[in-house]
Design a protein. Structure first.
Lengths: 324, 293
């Protein structure tokens, strides 16, 4: 495929996204979509960003991080401080939230990414808890009762953030750096031996993932009116993890599809939260027993459309195991 | 000073509960290299079984403790056979995700069955007087917790070092394939490990319920995670390490609460975890093993 058709495909997709978002905006303005559907749509968007950012860390780089809610919390609180306490505009808050979360990712990533597998998982889980407890203890942000935030997340901001997240992560995956990350996922020792600075790339993926989780945090905080430390416990981290695992570790489109479908399912089950969690956990267990590579494996949806062409950003064989 | 010793005693009681849970983590990790996330929930189930046997069956503390341990042992074996055994040759991450799934399933299954409302353990199941030594008041319950934990740990040491199944457990944790070649039934040994670990968690659940009086379906998460921290602190896979790590963590937490940081108590355990993973990943009692290709 030459560069010209690739670029045309890219702008074509962007055009479709713009048309789609304008149509949705008209439906929202015209009142065709009532607030229930609008809320569901906003949750879907935020979950797509979260799933995509965790996909970069777990699916592409193979670093099993289960403290993603920590970055979400950093983003949510920093953005809330920027808009509510400092009175700055919302776009500044989004960027500040992303940068703060990225900084947190850097600080936590450098020491913990030396660990592997289960130890990394537990260390990131611990980090998520530490973040939650820190916010719980700061009176400036309201402690346990949380912070009220005015509603600023609008549809154009949301769709723009989702589109930027996906474009950046897909392009990163297909770049030299992304390939280095994939090689770390496939075999870290071999990647090291090939001269790839594994620590650098692991931290890089971690920081980018944290940045977008922070952006999602800003959108989250300005969508739900109130943020409390209890919203960002490990159950939130597991919610995000489930999206990535079910979609297929290593598949961007899988994560997005899982984010959309699971958010719709949980919106309809929101009156029965325990039923939702029972179903989620059963799906998780059954999935690991019978299809550990997730719904899509490492394939992308584009590889089903053009049969025979190689999948983007994945290994070429359809392995029966989880990638990480 | 009295306050300090008081806190130290509290810390040791709490630490012995952590140690009981941590033993299950460390034994399972030592043998199948899996962080059994569901272990904290076995602890929760143990607390509820103890509660129901005291309130509904009208039993005393020790019969309730035994029933809870037996039921948790069976429960642990069931978890292992249904969820973990088919994944024994899968990647570590697949097993870890399954463990998270099992954990969530037990938590929310319990909520689905009996609701999320907490229960209060009945007071005065064991009529114990407080003890005063040098002006320091030590509650009878603390002493009971410590006695039960120490007794169970001695029993565990006996099982692991003096019995045939203990020898098999040590062999399997050392080298599973070689143990298989030597004619050890690996599946039964792993099940026995889960049974013993879960029984200890069940005992910890009953003791926890008696000490803190409040139990609820999500109570297993935080003690479970902290017990894992304790296991890592002592050196995962090492049984005396889990005991020492549990006690140490309990004391550290109690001292942090005593110096006015009671809200930070939960964070301290995780800070300890991250520090130990960075500076001494093999744990206090562990030996450093170099990775080979």
């Amino acid at each position: 495929m030459n560069i010209f058709t690739k670029a045309k495909g890219f702008w074509g997709t962007i055009g479709l996204v713009v048309i789609f978002s304008v149509v949705i905006q008209f439906l929202i303005n015209g009142g065709t979509l009532n607030s229930f559907y609008v809320n569901a749509l906003f949750s879907i968007g935020i979950n797509i960003i979260l799933a995509a950012s965790l996909h970069l860390i777990i699916g592409i780089t193979g670093q099993f991080s289960i403290g993603h809610a920590g970055f979400l919390a950093v983003g949510a609180y920093i953005s809330a401080i920027v808009t509510m306490k400092l009175g700055l505009p919302f776009p500044v808050a989004i960027v500040a939230a992303g940068l703060a979360a990225a900084l947190a990712g850097l600080v936590i990533g450098i020491p913990t990414l030396r660990l592997r597998g289960d130890y990394l998982a537990i260390a990131t889980l611990g980090f998520g808890e530490i973040v939650r407890i820190v916010f719980l203890n700061i009176d400036y942000v309201g402690g346990a009762s949380g912070m009220t935030v005015s509603h600023m997340t609008t549809w154009p901001w949301l769709i723009a953030c989702v589109a930027i997240t996906i474009v950046v992560i897909v392009n990163f995956t297909n770049s030299t750096h992304g390939r280095a990350c994939i090689s770390i996922r496939e075999n870290e020792i071999a990647a090291d031996a090939m001269g790839i600075n594994t620590t650098f790339y692991k931290v890089m993926a971690f920081v980018i993932g944290a940045f977008f989780a922070g952006v999602a945090g800003a959108l989250h905080a300005h969508n739900f009116y109130i943020i409390q430390p209890t919203n960002f416990g490990f159950l939130k981290s597991f919610d995000i993890l489930i999206l990535v695992v079910i979609g297929g570790l290593g598949s961007m489109s899988g994560s997005v599809i899982a984010a959309i479908s699971l958010t719709i399912i949980s919106t309809f089950l929101s009156n029965y939260p325990e039923v939702r969690m029972v179903i989620y956990s059963l799906v998780l267990i059954v999935m690991m027993l019978f299809r550990p590579q997730g719904l899509m494996g490492t394939k992308e949806i584009t590889s089903f459309l053009k049969m025979g062409k190689s999948a983007k950003g994945g290994v070429q064989h359809d392995s029966k195991n989880t990638v990480a | 000073m009295e306050q300090f010793i008081q806190q130290l005693v509290n810390g040791i009681s709490l630490g012995s509960i952590y140690a009981l849970i941590a033993l299950g983590y460390t034994m399972v990790y030592g043998i199948v290299k899996l962080i059994n996330f569901a272990h904290g929930d076995v602890f929760m189930v143990g607390a509820f079984i103890g509660f129901y046997s005291i309130t509904i069956l009208d039993l005393g503390f020790f019969p309730a403790l035994l029933i809870s341990m037996a039921a948790c042992a069976i429960f642990g074996v069931l978890i292992e056979r249904i969820a973990y055994k088919p994944l024994r040759n899968a990647t570590r991450i697949a097993a870890l995700i399954t463990a998270i799934g099992v954990s969530l399933f037990i938590e929310y299954g319990t909520i689905y069955i009996r609701g999320a409302q907490p229960e209060a353990y009945p007071n005065g199941i064991v009529p114990l007087k407080s003890l005063e030594i040098f002006g320091v008041k030590i509650s009878g319950q603390s002493i009971l917790i410590l006695a039960v934990s120490i007794f169970l740990m001695i029993v565990l040491q006996f099982i692991v070092h003096k019995t045939k199944i203990g020898k098999a457990m040590r062999a399997v944790s050392h080298d599973m394939d070689a143990a298989k070649l030597m004619g050890i039934n690996v599946n039964n040994t792993i099940s026995a490990t889960f049974a013993i670990g879960s029984a200890l968690a069940g005992a910890a659940g009953v003791v926890f319920g008696m000490y803190y009086t409040k139990i609820e379906p999500l109570m297993g998460i935080i003690p479970g995670l902290k017990a894992f921290v304790a296991a890592v602190l002592g050196g995962i896979g090492i049984i005396p390490g889990a005991m020492a790590g549990g006690l140490l963590l309990g004391v550290i937490e109690a001292l942090v609460s005593a110096t006015g940081g009671s809200l930070w108590r939960d964070a301290v355990a995780f800070i300890v975890l991250i520090l130990i993973l960075i500076f001494r990943p093999a744990g206090l009692f562990g030996k450093n093993v170099r990775e080979k290709v």
